[in-house]
Ligand binder design. Structure first.
Ligand SMILES: *Cc1c(COP(=O)(O)O)cnc(C)c1O
Length: 360
């Protein structure tokens, strides 16, 4: 069996080129006689892998020198705790609730201090991004938190909230490296890599240096201090070495594709094909307010649960995998991350047209 079109929200599709390269290097990485999985993280060969990966993501995102790039473990969810533990000096933070991941982060922060929900789109099942131009941000808030692209609901912040001078912290797990970003607008940008960048097991944290201090909440474990990882260039303990190696290959692939501007152009083109069809179809409908649509995660429904299930089943049989919507939303969701080829989206739309014609 060949490769399918994999629309999974995560872990998700990776560039075939990257997988092939990793396969070629599996038994003998560049004459070392061993796999990257088997080598010391203190070896020359590995040092080069992690340093090159850092350099490449710095190039891609144009990360200023006063930001650290950390390759950590624990997934995005561990950051839900690490952020308050390290940043909540006043024990106050403001959260914008645009979906389940923002909500989980907010709930976790409540363990450590006064985490306030200052805006939410829960009233309409998170199908839009609330107006964040003039929010009641606390004068003592240590930071304002967003989930920039909402993987489950398919919304994306098109403009960042007005934080009134407070530090912005953003979970970008599902839009990581999908478009150019102005890193200077954030205090912390972080993402689990298994959506758009690499294999599960790595979370990348890009953090402004002045936010990395010894002054963490009492009881913060050593492993959950940004400072220990920053001081040791992500090699305080054994890092998720193989995962970082794959991320590095994805960074190289992105550079070869022309960088984030080129990738954004391609992502817009790809998403447009699907959204245009959803807007013209009599059977399928997008679930998100148009101006807030994500380029990465596209939820849609027929309005009939049985028909949804039939579609998912027939799509799978035709080689379109993981189109079932999140269990909390139902319907369908096509995640069309960087590595999803445009042919995959075109083929999906053709399949949807055919299904619509056959099920009038
Ligand atoms: C998947 C996801 C998470 C959770 O990631 P884990 O690595 O499983 O902890 C958090 N935030 C967003 C936006 C996600 O898409």
């Amino acid at each position: 069996m060949g490769r399918v079109y994999n629309f999974s929200a995560g872990p998700a599709v990776l560039p075939e080129e990257v997988l092939k390269e990793a396969a070629e290097e599996m038994l003998d990485y560049k004459g070392t006689g061993m796999s990257v999985m088997e080598m010391s993280h203190r070896s020359k060969a590995y040092e080069e892998i992690i340093q090159t990966a850092e350099k490449d993501i710095r190039d891609l995102m144009n990360i200023p020198d006063n930001y650290k790039v950390l390759f950590l473990q624990g997934g995005a969810s561990q950051q839900f705790a690490m952020i308050p533990m390290n940043l909540m000096k006043n024990r106050k933070a403001d959260y914008i609730i645009t979906g389940q991941w923002a909500k989980k982060a907010w709930q976790e922060a409540q363990i450590y201090g006064e985490a306030k929900a200052i805006a939410s789109s829960a009233d309409k099942t998170f199908s839009y991004i609330p107006d964040c131009s003039d929010l009641p941000i606390d004068d003592d808030a240590d930071y304002v938190y967003i989930c920039e692209n909402n993987t489950i609901y398919g919304t994306k912040f098109k403009t960042l909230p007005n934080t009134k001078g407070k530090t912005l912290v953003a979970d970008v797990s599902s839009c990581f490296l999908s478009e150019p970003v102005d890193v200077t607008k954030y205090g912390v940008i972080y993402g689990g890599v298994q959506k758009n960048v690499g294999p599960a097991g790595v979370v990348i944290v890009i953090i402004r240096e002045d936010l990395i201090t010894e002054d963490t909440l009492p009881g913060t474990p050593t492993m959950l201090k940004y400072k220990i990882h920053a001081d040791n260039n992500s090699l305080y303990n054994t890092p998720p070495a193989y995962g970082i190696y794959i991320c590095g290959k994805v960074f190289k692939w992105l550079k070869k594709m022309g960088g984030l501007e080129a990738i954004q152009k391609r992502n817009i083109e790809k998403a447009q094909i699907l959204y245009d069809f959803l807007d013209s179809s009599k059977m399928f409908h997008g679930t998100v307010r148009k101006e807030d649509r994500s380029l990465m995660n596209v939820p849609f429904v027929t309005g009939n649960e049985e028909l949804d299930a039939k579609f998912v089943k027939e799509a799978k049989a035709a080689g379109f995998e993981n189109l079932k919507g999140h269990r909390t939303v139902g319907g369908m969701r096509a995640s069309i991350y960087n590595a999803m080829p445009i042919e995959g989206v075109k083929a999906l739309v053709e399949f949807m047209k055919k299904f619509e014609a056959e099920n009038q």
